[in-house]
Ligand binder design. Structure first.
Ligand code: NAP
Length: 257
């Protein structure tokens, strides 16, 4: 059999914000799929649980600390990943934060922080990693958007960032397609993680009641789990998904426009 780029490309994946929640589930799933996984989060020490879960299951993973919105930290982390795990050909831009408030109360800092982590962070990570994909003539980029991209009260900053992720994804697909690189976005609905737990707390509702309310508004009558998103990411990074690019898939238990 001849060696295609997919067969010769290194199988190293980077998942940002992978210390917990969706990122941790995606990291574990990609490791089970055979990737060596760089578990990136603000503090490398917080990545211990994810790395241990992967290595105990027989996979390969290592922890890297970086604030994805800081260009120097991104460059240093990607260099360390190349050195330790080999050139990355899969990138999951998952790191995220919320700073919710109604527009008239939203501070400039809350606006800048949210756009900084989601949009600037994804830009910096992708810019640092794309050359390894181009060299390999094979790559997969998956960006985390959200149903909030369609608009959500109290989330002017977050919904702008998540809509921005969709435009960013489509442009990556156009620019990098000729190098064998696909770019797609996953737009989750309500997923049970610390992020949604914190939203419940901020709203003064118990997490159980908050989840019940979200499930009742969801056609499949349940909230999402991080593994629902991990399964979708696993599809996008497969060889067979090479003709799927520039798409946004809503993983929300029902249809979204
Ligand atoms: P989460 O539980 O809050 O986890 C986010 C992770 O990202 C945390 O480990 C956090 O680290 C890390 N992080 C934050 N800022 C970072 C930075 N500047 N650099 C590196 N890492 C950083 O959130 P999640 O629910 O798993 O969400 C993951 C992604 O899915 C986010 O992009 C989110 O917007 C998106 N999403 C989530 C939902 C949902 O319902 N949960 C729905 C739609 C979209 P620290 O703990 O140190 O802050």
């Amino acid at each position: 059999m001849t060696d295609t780029p997919a067969r010769t490309a290194s199988r190293t994946a980077i998942v940002t914000g992978a210390a917990r929640g969706i990122g941790a589930a995606v990291a574990k799933r990609l490791a089970a799929d055979g990737f060596a996984v760089a578990v990136v989060d603000l503090d490398a020490e917080n990545c211990g649980d994810t790395v241990t879960a992967i290595t105990e299951a027989g996979g390969t993973a290592a922890a890297f600390g970086a604030d994805v919105s800081d260009a120097d930290q991104v460059t240093a982390a990607v260099e360390a990943i190349v050195e330790r795990l080999g050139p990355p050909t899969v990138l999951i831009n998952n790191a995220g934060i919320t700073r919710d408030n109604l527009l008239f109360k939203m501070t400039e800092q809350d606006w800048d922080m949210v756009l900084g982590v989601h949009l600037r962070g994804s830009f910096l990570m992708t810019r640092a990693v794309q050359k390894y994909m181009v060299d390999a003539k094979w790559g997969r980029i998956v960006n985390l958007s959200s149903t909030s991209a369609l608009g959500n009260r109290g989330q002017a900053n977050y919904s702008a960032a998540k809509a921005g992720m969709q435009g960013f994804t489509k442009t990556l697909a156009i620019e990098l397609g000729k190098f064998g690189v696909t770019a797609n976005a996953i737009a989750p609905g309500f997923i049970e993680t610390e992020m949604t737990a914190q939203t419940a707390e901020r709203m003064g509702v118990s997490f159980e009641d908050f989840k019940k309310g979200a499930a009742a508004m969801t056609p499949v009558n349940r909230v999402g789990q991080p593994e629902d998103i991990a399964a979708t990411a696993s599809f996008f990074v497969r060889e067979e998904a090479g003709f799927v690019s520039g798409q946004v898939i809503y993983v929300a238990g029902g249809p979204r426009d």
